[in-house]
Design a protein. Sequence first.
Length: 265
Amino acid sequence: MFFVSSKVFWLLIAPSSLLLFCFGFAVLMSALQFKRVAQAFYLLATTAFLLIGTTPAIDYAFYYWGKGNQPPKNINLQDYEGVIVLGGAIDLHETAAQNRLILNGNYARITELLALRAKAPYLKVIYSGGSGYLINKTDLREADIFKDYFVNEFKSDSSVIYTENQSKNTYENALYSRNLYISKFSKEWPNVEPWLLLTSAYHMPRAYAVFRTQGWNITPYPTPHMTKPVFWNSFTTKFWDNWMKTDVLAREIIGSIAYKLTDKI
């Protein structure tokens, strides 16, 4: 129920949805001859569209949101039992359509794991991710695709690869990974051995809080974060890219608030 309600709620309040609502409402008011109301909403929507779509405002917001999320310096990987990788890096629909592994904008979750495995092939890996689609659903599960490619294509040792393929959101990532850990390793909970948590830098604040609440002994290992934007070199005409970034950041902020209000963190 929480998953469905959160998805529907997000569709209604996402910044890009609100922008479209403002434009649509302006058109409706204009058609109904409420000219001043229409002009006000046209002005509001156009200003927001240009401010976020062309200026470096969202890049600065992204930078400061994830600024404190950096991989530990001089980390000794031998101190860790394994790494938990959160799903969200594999495009399920394109992977199915093209019959090959297709990554999305969160691809660094996979490349960072490959780098870790090259340094420490003994680390256990828990890949947590099912399908987070509310509409346009697919029977594919991200964790299953991950294991198939890592074992068969990348020739990884299957004995250290564990997958959890039921989770649909960050809270379920932590909960179902905990259940997997208890069942596979037959250990007491909360776990004592430290694990790394690998996800995108912008996602780490919420993910880390959820995993800690579930009792994990976890160390954040975020993907590389964006560098500080250079103001005079950051203006752009990539309107849609900037609005997608705005949606991503807003989802993390609102998601953190929702998780706090529902005692998930």
